[in-house]
Write a new protein. Structure first.
Length: 156
């Protein structure tokens, strides 16, 4: 698919990709059962958002782009901390409510989900965000053509 996308770019054109590769949330505060609940639900929500819980493109996107004559290739990864009550935790709480029918399972009750939503509003909660990754790469201005082999002079 990358090759088809690159082929459609005009010479000198830019390709921009973005993804949320799976990175387990690190829960800094609280500890114990609350941390386990946050970790479990953040993983389940990620899986529901992506549709399968797996990355949608390779961990090393640079290699296939360089192999297809893209230069420069720039990759940016970012992970930030989210505090309870802040935008990231509110997003998780909203996603948990939205996906409630899919999240409730024999081992996860409505009370557990309500506790997670309340934790996402608690300013004492601190966790890492999902990793965000972007790549931008430029197609060569002129197609790369291998040099023609040297010809031997023919004697007559």
């Amino acid at each position: 698919m990358i090759r088809q996308t690159i082929d459609r770019l005009r010479p000198g054109g830019w390709l921009i990709l973005a993804d949320l590769p799976f990175t387990p949330a690190r829960v800094f505060h609280p500890h114990g059962e609350d941390a386990d609940l946050i970790q479990h639900l953040a993983t389940m929500i990620y899986s529901l958002i992506t549709g399968n819980g797996r990355p949608t493109w390779p961990h090393d996107a640079t290699a296939p782009l360089v192999a297809n004559s893209m230069n420069p290739v720039c990759t940016h990864r970012s992970v930030e901390t989210w505090t309870g009550g802040g935008p990231g935790c509110r997003l998780l709480a909203d996603a948990a409510e939205y996906f409630r029918p899919h999240l409730i399972q024999p081992e996860l009750s409505h009370a557990d989900l309500d506790r997670f939503i309340n934790l996402m509003a608690d300013p004492a909660v601190l966790l890492s965000s999902y990793e965000r990754r972007t790549v931008h790469a430029r197609k060569a201005s002129e197609p790369h053509r291998p040099a023609a082999p040297a010809r031997r002079a023919v004697e007559r």
